[in-house]
Design a protein around this ligand. Structure first.
Ligand code: TYM
Length: 333
């Protein structure tokens, strides 16, 4: 059985990019693999967030993941900060990673505004810079074979692989070298208002982002307003028709179809938009319904997270101890 691990930031409500790019695969992966899924609250501390808000969003993210179909009997769902080994392995890997390779991470460049005003980088948190090392620790602690993620995480995965190879090369075979697993459809869902940018909670584009809990009329209104182009032909061509192609990609992700094939069924943007809105609402309906039930019992969600953390910790401990010994740290007597 392969080991699968993935993580998500506690941004509260997930959007359909998170859902089709990652979470849908997580649900499917529970059955055939030993699956670990982590709500990465330590990663959320790399930018400004109020303590009460972080706590609320972490619980909300857990509730939504359970509503999406993660089943604590078939996977290990846990909160990163409840498993202390994540920060323990991070330090060891920080002493393997180089400044140069972290500086090349494009997400760091985007989020830190590197290259803009020098005074800006003075205020960037060190944690934002070392973020990808914490992510590598998340993965390597569980000796994950496969990491299901959206397209934007490829570079971070490459770093995790390089750190694993370097660690094993220097200190002996301790960690598994992981593979990224990116879905064929839905790996890069774009903002409906700015189809040249990926859909993101932080993009501040409320009409361009569809939340997984949006009611059907909200979904319909956002899809109706989605930016297309001045032609009228429905064709899958992400370069010259990014808006229309994004809608076809969403339809394909929701119906498990093929975007180029689906395009042939439509003679107007109007009919495509109607069908996209219906397919999204329908595919998210079970999640919306389960979310309403689960939110009524937050104690049950907290209890399943505690059980998940205990399970995760028992696996993580073994790897951390092996990594410490391999690097020459003296074991406690
Ligand atoms: P995060 O929280 O930004 O996103 C969670 C997952 O959703 C995917 N995703 C998308 N997929 C398609 N289209 C989009 N517009 C879109 N936006 C987000 C992401 O690729 C991701 O798979 N650094 C990670 C969290 C992390 C992690 C890990 C992931 C921490 N440790 C260990 C895997 C393994 C992140 O910020 O994801």
């Amino acid at each position: 059985m392969a080991r699968v691990l993935s993580g998500i930031q506690p941004s509260g409500e997930l959007h359909v990019g998170n859902y089709f790019g990652a979470v849908q695969s997580w649900v499917a992966d529970q059955d055939l693999n030993e699956a670990f899924y982590c709500i990465v609250d330590l990663h959320a501390l790399t930018v400004d967030i109020a303590p009460a808000e972080l706590r609320k969003r972490t619980l909300e993210t857990a509730t939504t993941l359970l509503a999406a179909g993660l089943d604590p009997d078939r996977c290990t769902l846990f909160v990163q900060s409840q498993v202390a080994e994540h920060t323990g392995l991070t330090w060891l890997l920080e002493c393997v990673a180089t400044f140069g390779e972290l500086r090349r991470m494009t997400q760091f460049k985007d989020k830190s505004g590197e290259g803009s005003h020098p005074s800006k980088s003075e205020a960037v948190r060190v944690g934002l810079f070392t973020y990808p090392v914490l992510m590598a620790a998340d993965i390597l602690l569980y000796n994950a074979d496969r990491v299901p993620v959206g397209d934007d995480q490829r570079q971070h995965l490459e770093l995790a692989r390089n750190l694993a190879l370097r660690f094993n090369g220097r200190f002996g075979q301790v960690v598994t070298v992981p593979e990224a697993s990116v879905p064929a459809v839905g790996a890069r869902v774009m903002d409906l208002q700015h189809p040249d940018r990926k859909m993101s909670k932080t993009a501040m584009s409320p009409t361009g982002t569809i939340g997984v809990l949006d009611p059907p009329n909200t979904i319909a209104s956002k899809v109706r307003k989605a930016v297309t182009d001045t032609e009228t032909e429905v064709r899958y061509d992400p370069i010259s028709k990014p808006g229309v192609s994004n809608l076809l990609e969403l339809l394909a992700a929701a119906t498990r179809g093929d975007p180029a094939e689906l395009a042939k069924r439509f003679s107007s943007y109007g009919s495509l938009k109607t069908e996209v809105a219906e397919a999204l609402s329908e595919s998210l309906r079970p999640l919306r319904e389960r979310h309403a039930q689960l939110s009524a019992d937050p104690q049950a969600v907290l209890a399943s997270l505690a059980a998940g953390a205990a399970k995760a910790s028992s696996v993580a401990k073994v790897t951390l101890t092996r990594a410490q010994a391999a690097m020459g740290l003296l074991a406690a007597w």
